[in-house]
Design a protein around this ligand. Structure first.
Ligand SMILES: [Zn+2]
Length: 294
């Protein structure tokens, strides 16, 4: 059986027409190149996210938009994070927070304009970025009631206690399952327990490709199920706000007093992710739903 074609940029127009007609769901994948230990490719976050979207669309239908690898880092909370990672040249592909969140609005507008009726926007680079994407999506939804699930990829895991990490057993196993040639545990240097080397304190043997297969399987199942549910909620084709509309939504968003999580002070950020904070509560709810879309 040949797999259905799902990559937007590889489709012929008639294939795109058919894909949208059959299952008008668009996956928007995000990630960023950044240090993930010596044993993982720099683009782990984006590659992991993209491959998950591709597999989910191949199984459940839908189209996968081109991967966005320019993301939020090296500003806000990313500065103090990076300082602690023992990664002198981090090889990060960052852009300004204000550009990223506005770019995201344009991506959502493109989804509507191209005839999609639901969106799953997923970022493999998380810890605040996903919250800011949700804030932007909420503004967009005031203009176009597009059914959306905006999430960090760990939020759709339903296998053991894996809930994401950074270059650790979870993420390394995920990439190992999805792009085995981009993980090489023989590159892990000798280091002290707990010592960060290129943003990883992973010890050999903690990650596993078979564990990765199971983590990824649970994610694909939850993505396919969420996509079906979003489409059942679809109000049909939406009116395209157009490029001028996208600009207007961006201007409106940037004029609001939105508390961007990635730009919080370190103290406020810690409080946000604590059990009593909004982030902590969202995290608890996500764990409760076992990776299913709330
Ligand atoms: Zn990562």
């Amino acid at each position: 059986m040949s797999r259905r074609k799902v990559k937007w940029e590889e489709m012929f127009p008639d294939e795109m027409d058919r894909a949208i007609e059959e299952h008008p769901l668009l996956y928007l994948p995000y990630g960023m190149c950044e240090p993930h230990g010596h044993h993982n490719a720099l683009g782990l976050d984006g590659l992991k996210c993209y491959e998950l979207c591709v597999r989910a669309a191949e199984e459940g239908g839908g189209v996968v938009a081109p991967l966005t690898m320019w993301h939020i880092g090296e500003q806000g909370i990313g500065v103090s994070w990076l300082e602690r990672q023992n990664a002198p040249q981090p090889y990060i592909s960052t852009m300004g927070h204000e550009l990223f969140v506005q770019g995201f609005i344009w991506h959502l507008r493109a989804a509507v304009a191209r005839g999609f009726e639901a969106v799953i926007a997923m970022t493999g680079h998380y810890g605040g970025t996903e919250c800011d994407m949700r804030s932007a999506a909420a503004v967009f939804a005031e203009y176009a009631p597009l059914p959306m699930w905006v999430l960090a990829d760990w939020e759709c895991i339903a296998y053991k206690d894996y809930k994401g990490d950074h270059a650790g057993p979870c993420e390394t196993s995920q990439l190992w399952a999805l792009r085995p040639e981009l993980v090489d545990v023989s590159r892990i240097p000798q280091h002290e327990d707990g010592e960060r080397v290129f943003a990883s304190d992973l010890q050999p043997g903690e990650a596993s490709r078979t564990e990765g297969d199971r983590i990824v399987r649970s994610q694909i199942d939850n993505l396919v199920e969420a996509g079906n549910r979003l489409l059942r909620r679809s109000p049909g084709k939406l009116e395209d706000p157009g490029p001028d509309g996208a600009r207007e939504i961006c201007a409106d968003m940037m004029s609001r007093e939105i508390e961007w999580v990635y730009l919080m002070s370190r103290e406020r950020h810690t409080e946000y992710w604590s059990a009593e904070g909004e982030g902590g509560k969202h995290r608890a709810k996500t764990i409760e739903t076992d990776g299913a879309m709330p």
